[in-house]
Each structure stands twice: as C-alpha cells, then as structure tokens.
Design a protein around this ligand. Structure first.
Ligand code: OGA
Ligand code: MN
Length: 206
C-alpha cells in the first residue's frame, strides 16, 4: 500500500468517526499481512495460548460462557513481525485520530480472538463501569471468503435506532467510539478470527 493510499484511508476513518461515530474499511492492511496474522492466530490457538475471555475487569472479571464464548490472547510488542506491523498500523491510526480529532489517545491494547462455531458475544458496550479509558474500538477481521449465511456478523446498534451488520471478512477494520455504540457478535457456523483493540485515553480508574 503506498503512503498516500494509506493516508487517504486514515483520513476516511477520521471523517467517518467524526460524522457518524463509526467507520468500516474493507482493506485496512495488505492481504499478505492479514494472512500471516490469521495463521498466527490459528497456531496460537492450537498451542493452547488462547484462553476463555473474561467479562469485567480486575477482580470482578469472570468467565461467563452465556455472555461471550470467545478465546483470546493479549498482544505484546515483539510477539512476531506480523503483530508488530499490525500494531504499527494501529499506531498510525491513533496518531491521526489525535491530530485531527484531539482525542488524546495514549495507547492501544489489543488481543487475538477466536470464536468457535456457535460462540457469540451478547449486546454490550466496550467500556467498563469503573474505567473510562477505552475511547475507540478497532476490530480487524481475519476470515477469508466469509459468506452471509455463515452468520457471525457484528451487529451495531446505531444512534438513529437502526442496526447495521458487519461480516468478519479478512482485511476489514471496523472502528467505533467505544462508549457510544452497543454491539453484539452473532453465532457463526464456522470459526471466526479477529484482532480486537482499544485506543485508550490518559487517566484511569474512576
Ligand atoms: C469485543 C467485541 C467484536 C467482534 O471483543 O468487545 O465486541 O466483532 N468484538 O469480534
Ligand atoms: Mn465489544
């Protein structure tokens, strides 16, 4: 992807977020990088590195399969060249959001997520009751040739009362304001992989 194409993409995300509170980009990363990340997610899952995701944070965190059935692994810098490249792309987006929208985003936390067939995540918002640092959510999908009849859409509940369903197709990035848009993950008939991240503001625990 050339630098100018990438800047145009960042500008579209910034504009969408300012105007609508969310943005969907079908080609956020080069296809080869997306493939590498999907392979890495599958390999890590096969090694048993992904563990059932909790709900809530800190000591109030608990695994409740009735709420969310995905398995996750948090990413750290230096995990792999592919992860570092992806984190680099996210950081460019963070800087663009700060520059254009003055969001004051300090960092990004990000995890691999694998939803086995039939798993879902009930309607929620991406903000904890006792911590308002998460400002912008960014979900990057890793599943080639996703078909609508396979389910697994992310259903967004928009401010105007309508809903929008986003298929988890490889290469697409969905960005939205964490506190504003309730959403849910619908069950799928096939395994569903993603890299989910949150840009966080300074400040902290309420
Ligand atoms: C989440 C989430 C959406 C998705 O992890 O909080 O809403 O499409 N994920 O995976
Ligand atoms: Mn969410």
């Amino acid at each position: 992807m050339s630098t100018s194409t990438h800047s145009a993409l960042l500008a579209r995300i910034v504009d969408d977020l300012a105007e609508h509170g969310w943005s969907l980009q079908p080609l956020f990363a080069p296809p080869l990088l997306t493939l590498e990340l999907a392979d890495e997610c599958r390999k890590r899952a096969a090694q048993g590195d992904l563990t059932p995701a909790g709900v809530g944070r800190g000591s109030s965190q608990e695994v409740r399969e009735g709420v969310r059935g995905d398995r996750i692994q948090w990413l750290d810098a230096g995990f792999s060249p592919a992860c570092d490249r992806y984190l680099g792309l996210l950081d460019e987006l963070r800087l663009a959001l700060n520059r254009e929208l003055y969001l004051g985003l300090e960092d990004c936390e990000c995890h691999f997520a694998l939803y086995p067939p039939g798993a879902f995540y009930q309607k929620h918002v991406d903000r904890f009751r006792d911590d308002d640092r998460r400002a912008v959510s960014a979900v990057f999908y890793l599943n080639p040739d996703w078909q609508p009849e396979q389910g697994g859409a992310l259903r967004l509940y928009l401010a105007d009362g309508t809903t929008r369903e986003v298929l988890p197709e490889a290469g697409s990035l969905l960005v939205f304001r964490s506190a504003d848009l309730p959403h849910e993950v619908l069950p799928a008939s096939r395994e569903r992989l993603s890299l989910t991240g949150w840009f966080r503001r300074r400040g902290g625990i309420l």
